[in-house]
Ligand binder design. Sequence first.
Ligand SMILES: Nc1nc2c(ncn2[C@@H]2O[C@H](COP(=O)(O)OP(=O)(O)O[C@H]3O[C@H](CO)[C@@H](O)[C@H](O)[C@@H]3O)[C@@H](O)[C@H]2O)c(=O)[nH]1
Ligand SMILES: [Mg+2]
Length: 195
Amino acid sequence: MKNNRIKNIEKKVLSDNWYILNKYTYEYQKDDGSWETQQREAYDRGNGAAILLYNKKKGTIVLTKQFRMPTYVNGNEDGMMVEVCAGLLDGLNPEECIKKEVEEETGYQIDRVRKVFESYMSPGSVTEILYFFVGEYKEKMRVNEGGGAEDETENIEVLELDFESAMGMIASGEIRDAKSIMLLQYAKIHQLLGQ
Ligand SMILES: Nc1nc2c(ncn2[C@@H]2O[C@H](COP(=O)(O)OP(=O)(O)O[C@H]3O[C@H](CO)[C@@H](O)[C@H](O)[C@@H]3O)[C@@H](O)[C@H]2O)c(=O)[nH]1
Ligand SMILES: [Mg+2]
């Protein structure tokens, strides 16, 4: 940490039930040189990785569909979310993590992935940085049905969609998950699936 305008950082754990909610109190030096005390809560659930699985020949991509409680309590009618495959690092490096998640959630065993960018997803409240990948899948790489890890009570449906229909689902509001929109737009801009 290298910001001379921040000092005396104190951390108080507000909740450590599943992930950790911390309250930070610190002094911040304003433009006029004076110091003020600030407080910010930061939810720490670790970092994550996400991937767009695509098949250039077929013009298709693989997405997941699952119930997301935080969206259900905030206007998402049935709580179901269509998302790219993603998961928390859980001690692995981003590349190892995403390959493991791809196999667990979608059933594909892929050997090559390419990192395309990284992003803080909600910098005002969540500590998480997310690493973004793209990777090609082929039918012969399917080793199981996917669906998510049993011990994590994940119930994930695997969707194989035409790339252009998925782009249409952003416009229609059927896809409204930030990491998924970012990767789909990356694929469009860089013509990953051709024109
Ligand atoms: N019991 C319990 N289980 C939980 C809780 N929160 C999460 N879990 C379980 O932990 C699993 C974590 O699954 P991952 O696949 O590793 O993570 P993810 O939830 O898919 O995370 C991805 O999407 C997030 C939301 O967009 C991203 O924030 C994250 O970086 C990653 O990309 C969840 O599916 C769920 O089963 C909780 O509070 N209690
Ligand atoms: Mg996941």
